[in-house]
Design a protein around this ligand. Sequence first.
Ligand code: NZQ
Ligand code: ZN
Length: 381
Amino acid sequence: MNKFTFSYPTKVYFGEGSAAEALGAELGKVGENVMLAYGGGSIKKNGVYDEMKTILEQAGKKVVDFSGIMPNPTYAKVQEGAALVREHHVDFILAVGGGSVIDCCKVVSAQAVIDEDIWDMEYGKGKFPAAGIPMGAVVTASGTGAEMNAGAVITYEEKKWKGPVFGTGAAFAVLDPAYTMSVPPMQVLSGAFDTLSHAMETYLGSSDQDNVSDDVALAIMRNTVVNMRRLLVNINDMEARSNLMWDSAMAENGILKCGRLTDFQAHQMEHQLGAYTDCNHGQGLAVIHPAYYRHIVKDAPEKFTRFAKEVFGADTAKEGIEALADFIRECGLPTRMGELKSRVEITPQILRQVADTCNIIKCNPRELSRDEIYEILMECL
Ligand code: NZQ
Ligand code: ZN
């Protein structure tokens, strides 16, 4: 196993009704001014906003709203949030939403306490934030696992770039599967596919020693597939939602990454595709994964064979990849670029730009050239 350091800074409150318990235990530790951060309004429709606001006000907090955090949160939105934190002397940020709201708040938290531009600091100087405004996360749409790590994925529109910006991790996270019941079915499945992707991308990193992390990753993959199938039968299956919510957190809280290198090349392609198209993250991954794996299957035949057998009950590496492609179709997730909701038509020219600007991973089964990435993306057109 590779050398690693592991710590678990986020306290998780899991299960129905856990928000009241969590906030009851945690709010006494934070200051008076609380920023309540959320997205485009789903929490106002499903009652979660009112519930949070009541709990905060009953705890004697002054609440400042930070609303309108969009899917694929932008760098401009981060700066808006940081300015609001400074203006209202915010002591604590409560991020209530999916990965986009949580990610935006992680970077708001860090940006608010430093004078320099955080992107310049991280990408120009290689310096990362050491502190931030304390925050908590209430997950309303699961899949990204954003609630249990400090890395955010931000879209910097002017730079035509989507990628990681490190911020502050949540001190605590509320995972109440009942809060996900109002998520549109396609988003539920897209989020769950993101979880499956995280486990696959971690498992396919180039460290090929026997590793307990691989066993755990395969278990998460199996459980995610089983519970996505349960949702295809009954989208309101609470037990399936619960399992998927914890699968999501497990896949990105670092446990699967202990002692190993990771792949994440499909994510790099999808992130840049998102920078150009603003497509849904999980759906972009669903389009890209099978094509990427058909390219690299020969470079990790044993790992792909084990994946095939243990996740899809298929006999060979190639059959496993086709079973994954069939599963994506079974879920009704997009399989071609043209099926993605995009702000521009996805043309070969766009895909060339995606290929020319995405990060290239060096610890996947085989490092890809930009031309091969373009070929993969074109196979998805
Ligand atoms: O904005 P609102 O109105 O809340 O609607 C959202 C949004 O339209 C809706 N939604 C959320 N909870 C809901 C709900 N609708 C009804 N009822 C609820 N309870 O769902 C839509 C999608 O939300 P979003 O947060 O964008 O989805 P997701 O959780 O998939 O997050 C995607 C973002 O996370 C990044 C992605 O790149 C993307 O920017 N990722 C973050 C990662 C991390 N930090 O570890 C890892 C991932 O690989 C990923 O890159
Ligand atoms: Zn992801």
